[in-house]
Design a protein around this ligand. Structure first.
Ligand SMILES: Nc1ncnc2c1ncn2[C@@H]1O[C@H](COP(=O)(O)OP(=O)(O)OP(=O)(O)O)[C@@H](O)[C@H]1O
Length: 265
């Protein structure tokens, strides 16, 4: 397939956003497996970037590099104009990059408000907050973000997958995350739950403070919520367009072409 990568092109998210994060020639191998060959990607301020690609294309590996979990073998990561070496998940978080995974790292047995503060003490000291204050702050923040849950006193285990996901996203935003990485946030969710997350992403987009990379397999949802879409194929970004310049048909055709090429047809 012809590469259509146009990094830094216009026509995305108004075309004016400052680049907050760039990935330059990033490669990563796991033993004999080359997960990422030569990835180049840009994320602009306030932008929602959809990352699509077949199973095993390297999407999760890329996100894990960006959240400090994996180190790239080569290449550069530039954050707000400065090259950074992300040493750990905590380090990336301290720089404002936070990932929300399917398993979410919420503690099911704890209440919503405890979870809101869990493990985030380094970012925003909460030692001085007593339980009552934590409940109040958590409730205010969730309300402010439009996350509707019955009460911050309920155990996370009692909430739906969509509500749990929303709390994990709200927690990242509360911890001052400026770049959110969402790995298949809509997978295994019903239409109603998925809509909750899509609404939350739209709301964050409206505020314009947070930039988001979202891995998704449902192209219709990608087109609905993202400003731009990048396709990762065999460890490289091979397609980069504003969602307004592409279509469900084009994205589907790309993936079908890849499938046919892999089958030798
Ligand atoms: N920790 C690891 N050790 C060895 N190989 C790995 C590891 N993580 C990923 N890989 C391999 O790297 C390649 C890319 O995997 P990755 O999970 O990044 O793909 P993906 O695009 O997220 O796929 P999916 O959509 O199925 O989640 C695959 O071949 C995978 O088996």
């Amino acid at each position: 397939m012809t590469k259509a990568t146009t990094h830094g092109g216009t026509g995305t998210n108004g075309g004016t956003g400052t680049t907050v994060l760039s990935v330059e020639h990033v490669a990563k191998r796991f033993g004999a497996v080359t997960a990422l060959r030569d990835v180049n990607l840009r994320l602009r301020r306030g932008e929602v970037l959809g990352l699509i690609g077949d199973n095993g294309a390297g999407k999760s590996t890329l996100l894990k590099i960006l959240c400090g979990f994996h180190r790239p073998d080569s290449g550069r990561i530039v954050l707000n104009g400065d090259e950074v070496t992300l040493k750990s998940v905590e380090h990336a978080r301290s720089l404002g990059i936070d990932a929300v995974y399917q398993d979410l790292a919420l503690v099911n047995e704890l209440t919503v408000y405890h979870n809101m503060f869990l493990g985030r003490e380094k970012v925003r000291p909460t030692r001085l907050l007593n339980n009552r204050a934590m409940r109040r702050v958590a409730a205010e923040h969730l309300r402010d973000m439009g996350v509707n849950i019955p009460s911050v006193d309920v155990e996370v285990a009692k909430l739906s997958g969509g509500q749990r996901q929303a709390i994990a996203v709200a927690r990242s935003v509360y911890s001052d995350a400026r770049i959110l990485l969402l790995d298949e946030p809509l997978a295994a969710m019903g239409a109603k739950e998925g809509a909750l997350i899509l609404d939350l992403v739209r709301d964050l987009k409206r505020r314009g403070e947070v930039s988001i990379i979202i891995i998704a397999h449902n192209y219709a949802q990608v087109l609905e919520v993202c400003d731009r879409v990048n396709l990762l194929q065999h460890g490289e970004i091979t397609f980069d367009k504003a969602t307004s310049d592409t279509s469900l048909q084009e994205l589907t055709d790309l993936v079908v072409a890849e499938y046919r090429a892999a089958r030798g047809g």
